[in-house]
Design a protein around this ligand. Structure first.
Ligand code: NAP
Length: 282
C-alpha cells in the first residue's frame, strides 16, 4: 500500500471518529439546564444563531427569534415549534434602535422579562485588502457588529438585572484574534468584541449578570459560503485547521447553552474558542 493511500485511510478514519464524537455531543441534549428561562437570540433565523436558539430551546428555554426579514423569522419559528420548542419571533435589524426597543418590549410584555441575551448579528459588506475599505463600509461593519452589540446589551441590562442567574453571550470570531486575509475590518470588529466582554464584565457582574463570548472558526453557513462552496477553496481553508475540517453551527450551540447555564456560574469575561484546534492569541 502506498504512503499516500495509508495517509488517506488514516485521515478518513479520523474524520469518521470526529464526526461520531460530534454527533454524540449533539444528541446528548438531555439536560434541561435552562428550564423556564427566556432567551433573546439576535440574527437567529439561520446558521449559528438558529443553532444556538434551537439548543437553548432544547434545554428548556423559551426562545425569541429575530432577524431583518419577517419571512425568515416565520420560517425559523415554525421549524422550532415543529421540534417542540417554545419560540416566537419578531423582525429586528440590530442597527435600528426602534427595532431593538420593540424586540425588548414585546419580550417583556409576553414573558414578564428575560434572562439571556445572545448577541449574534454581524455583517461583512467588503472583501478585499484592508486599505480598500471606504468610510461607509467601515461604518456599517462597526455599526452592526460593535455599536449595536453594545447598545442592545445596555438596553437589556435593566431587565436582565431583575432575573437571578442572567447572562449575556457575544458571538465573536477566531478572526478577532488572527485577522482573516481580505476580511480586515470585519476581523477588527470581532477583536473589539473580545475587548468589550472583559470591559463589561465587572459592571455587569455587580448587577448579577455574567457576560462571555464564543469565537468560532470557519463554520459551514451562508456567511462563510465563499470559503467552502468549491472543493478547492474548502481544501485550502481546511489545510490550516488542525482538526482538518470545518465546524457545523450546532457545534457552537452547546458551549453557549453551557455559558448561559448555572454550570458556568463562576465564569464571566471569557471567550471560548471553537476553531478545530487553530491557535488564537491576541
Ligand atoms: P448566516 O448563516 O449567514 O446567518 C446570518 C443571520 O443573520 C441570518 O439569520 C440573517 O437573517 C441575520 N442578519 C443579518 N444581518 C442582520 C442584522 N443587521 N440584524 C439582525 N439580523 C441580521 O451567518 P452565521 O455564519 O451564522 O453568522 C452568525 C454570527 O457568527 C456572526 O456574528 C458571524 O460574524 C459569526 N461567525 C461566523 C463564522 C462562520 O464561519 N460562519 C465564524 C466566526 C463567527 P436576515 O437576512 O433575515 O436578517
Amino acid at each position: 500500500m502506498s504512503f499516500k493511500t495509508r495517509l488517506l485511510q488514516t485521515f478518513t478514519r479520523r474524520q469518521v471518529s470526529y464526526t461520531s464524537i460530534r454527533m454524540a455531543g449533539v444528541q446528548a441534549v438531555n439536560a434541561k439546564r435552562l428550564q423556564g428561562k427566556v432567551a433573546i437570540v439576535t440574527a437567529s433565523t439561520e446558521g449559528i444563531g438558529f443553532a444556538i436558539a434551537k439548543r437553548l430551546g432544547q434545554e428548556g428555554a423559551h426562545v425569541v427569534i429575530s432577524s431583518r426579514k419577517q419571512v425568515n423569522v416565520d420560517k425559523a419559528v415554525a421549524e422550532l415549534k415543529a421540534a417542540n420548542i417554545s419560540a416566537w419571533g419578531q423582525v429586528c435589524h440590530v442597527a435600528k434602535a426602534d427595532d431593538r426597543q420593540r424586540l425588548i418590549s414585546e419580550t417583556v410584555s409576553r414573558h414578564g422579562g428575560f434572562d439571556i441575551l445572545v448577541s449574534n448579528a454581524a455583517v461583512n459588506p467588503v472583501f478585499g485588502p484592508i486599505l480598500q475599505v471606504n468610510e461607509a463600509q467601515w461604518d456599517k461593519i462597526f455599526d452592526v457588529n460593535v455599536k449595536s452589540t453594545f447598545f442592545l446589551t445596555k438596553e437589556c441590562v435593566p431587565y436582565l438585572e431583575k432575573r437571578k442567574g442572567s447572562s449575556v453571550v457575544f458571538v465573536s470570531s477566531i478572526g478577532g484574534y488572527r485577522p482573516f486575509d481580505l476580511l480586515g475590518p470585519y476581523s477588527v470588529s470581532k477583536t473589539t468584541l473580545l475587548g468589550l466582554i472583559p470591559a463589561l464584565a465587572p459592571q455587569l457582574y455587580s448587577l448579577g449578570i455574567r457576560i462571555n463570548g464564543i469565537a468560532p472558526g470557519i463554520i459551514k453557513t451562508k456567511f462563510s459560503g465563499a470559503l467552502w462552496s468549491s472543493e478547492s477553496v474548502q481544501e485550502q481553508a481546511v489545510a490550516g485547521i488542525p482538526m482538518r475540517r470545518l465546524g457545523e453551527p450546532d457545534e457552537c450551540a452547546g458551549a453557549v447553552a453551557f455559558l448561559c447555564s448555572d454550570d458556568a456560574s463562576y465564569i464571566t469575561g471569557e471567550t471560548v474558542i471553537m476553531a478545530g484546534g487553530s491557535q488564537a492569541r491576541l
